[in-house]
Design a protein around this ligand. Structure first.
Ligand code: SF4
Length: 304
């Protein structure tokens, strides 16, 4: 049966959209491409699907993140595996020579190579452990907002190895063990503990700044997997009790210039993507996430 289909690609994979679109069109389907920015499976193009009358939404590059039921809309998640050259893993082995038990994590793009990674590490004499996260549903997979597959392993291993592009994912790892980031794209590997510690200190600084702020903007995203109005309302009520002036800011996409245009807030709390805390420089104000709320409330109470 021919359908109206909306294809959605995250940033980095949009370049493959036309080729995928051609396959569906060849089968006789009517295809639309979502052009809005997309960073995760937390962000399904439901509104575009509704407006175009699509019967099916195909979301590429991520696996299921949250439960979504939209009447008349079928949602399919299609992984987009990318083969990374694992030669760099081999040449990085000397850096973890002294560690016996190794925890391995990667992103959804390379999860199909996890067995190969484990094999290489085993061949070098290591004992390999993997784990499952809470939002990241595949064994060994981490997300920007869920690196618990690595953190859970920390007490059981001597070091953690992350294989994948960039630092965004491994910077979310909360572990006291050495963390070796192996980047097959940049053909480099290095321990990331210093950067993680710097990030932790920066977050602590922002938490303190947020506790001293008077006017606080609470960000709510309407993205399907980020929408958390109830949590924002609860935070607002508590902040009011504590003598702050909170406002709830609702948005589809957090636009830093748009936030600056308010020229009204001393600090922000994100109920949307928790990694918005990485963007404090672009926002120009301290920003904390929901996981830091209990600490924020305690700090405000203590300062009274
Ligand atoms: S909430 Fe943020 S980190 Fe988590 S999947 Fe969405 S964009 Fe990525």
């Amino acid at each position: 049966m021919f359908m109206r289909i909306l294809l959605q690609f995250p940033q980095g994979l949009k370049q493959f959209a036309l080729a995928e679109s051609a396959k569906f069109e060849k089968e006789g389907h009517e295809v639309f491409l979502s052009a809005t920015p997309c960073w995760g499976a937390c962000d399904l193009a439901l509104e575009e699907a509704k407006k175009t009358g699509a019967q099916k939404l195909v979301h590429y590059g991520h696996c299921k993140y949250h439960e979504v039921t939209e009447k008349g809309l079928e949602i399919e998640y299609r992984l987009y595996p990318i083969d990374a050259d694992l030669q760099i893993l081999k040449s990085s082995l000397e850096k973890i020579n002294q560690y016996k038990k190794i925890g391995v994590v990667t992103t959804v793009s390379h999860i199909h190579q996890l067995d190969e990674m484990k094999k290489m590490l085993k061949a070098a004499g290591h004992e390999i452990l993997t784990s499952k996260g809470s939002l990241a549903i595949m064994d060994g997979q981490i997300l920007g907002c869920d690196a618990s597959a690595a953190s859970k392993l920390a007490p059981k291993v001597d070091a953690i190895v992350y294989v994948g592009g960039g630092e965004f994912h491994p910077l979310g790892i909360d572990a006291s063990k050495p963390i070796l980031a192996i980047n097959p794209y940049a053909n480099e590997s290095y321990f990331l503990n210093k950067q993680i510690e710097e990030k932790r200190k920066k977050q602590l600084g922002m938490l303190i700044a947020c506790s001293q702020a008077k006017r606080i903007g609470i960000l709510v995203s309407i993205k399907s997997g980020q929408f958390s109005l109830k949590a924002a309302e609860a935070a607002k009520a508590r902040l009011k009790e504590l003598g702050k002036s909170p406002s709830i800011l609702v948005t589809g996409e957090v636009d830093f210039d748009s936030l600056k245009d308010f020229n009204s807030f001393d600090a922000y709390i994100t109920t949307a993507c928790p990694r918005l805390t990485d963007d404090s420089e672009r926002i120009g104000k301290p920003i904390i996430n929901m996981a830091q709320l209990p600490a924020l409330f305690s700090l405000i109470k203590e300062s009274k």
